[in-house]
Design a protein around this ligand. Structure first.
Ligand code: 5RP
Length: 213
């Protein structure tokens, strides 16, 4: 309950960054659900792109205008949750298996805002890295990746197989390069610090706003 309250606090702070007329990218997850409520309550005229069918359904039910990324082009802001944030600003995302679309939307935005509860900032990652893999050659891809497990969840909306990589994460940049360079990996849940502009962390009712660029 305390965590849900913190997610709502972080989401309200993130929603406050959205201005009338903006083109907005919407992430996926429980913190994003709070964001959608907070955004709808503001009654702004904004156009949104969603990173998952679930977010799209909730956004539309709240009266938010959702269209495609191709139609909107460059976004003013994208807002999303994360599974972990390290001290340098790297993220692990994809607990909700939406990391491929989330990364595309984050990269299309001038400002990428991450909002998290107090359990998400960590000195060193402890989560596995979510992966989206092509079905073709799956066994071969998994052999190249090493310690990887398939996740018992539906395919991504784009047909990708969801998996998790359990190797050593002391050097996220090196791991990200390895995963990106492995044929059959559609994308992975490591987001570089350079992608994120703001990290909003809720601790109880307090908000810490870290600006990365
Ligand atoms: C979905 C994600 C989510 O942002 C991440 O899993 C955090 O979710 P929540 O806000 O429910 O804690 O990356 O793919």
């Amino acid at each position: 309950m305390q965590l849900e309250a913190e997610k709502a606090v972080a989401a309200r702070a993130a929603a406050a960054l959205v201005e009338d007329g903006m083109k907005v990218g919407l992430g996926t997850g429980s913190t994003v659900s709070h964001l959608l409520t907070a955004l709808a309550e503001r009654g702004l005229s904004v156009r949104c792109v969603s990173t998952s069918p679930r977010t799209e359904d909730i956004a539309r039910s709240l009266g938010l205008d959702v269209t495609t990324l191709d139609e909107l082009g460059r976004l003013d802001i994208a807002i999303d949750g994360a599974d972990q944030v390290d001290d340098a600003g790297w993220l692990i995302k994809g607990g909700g298996a939406a990391h491929t679309r989330e990364k595309i939307v984050a990269a299309a935005a001038d400002r990428f805002v991450v909002m998290v509860d107090s359990t998400k900032p960590v000195p060193r990652f402890t989560w596995p890295v979510p992966l989206e893999l092509l079905e073709f050659g799956l066994t071969s891809t998994m052999r190249l990746l090493g310690d990887v497990t398939l996740r018992d969840v539906p395919r991504s909306p784009d047909g990708g197989v969801i998996a998790d990589w359990h190797g050593d994460l002391d050097d996220p940049e090196a791991v990200a390069a390895f995963l990106s360079a492995t044929p059959g990996v559609v994308d992975h849940g490591l987001f570089p610090a350079s992608m994120t502009s703001d990290v909003i962390i809720a601790r109880g009712t307090d908000v810490e706003h870290r600006r990365l660029r």
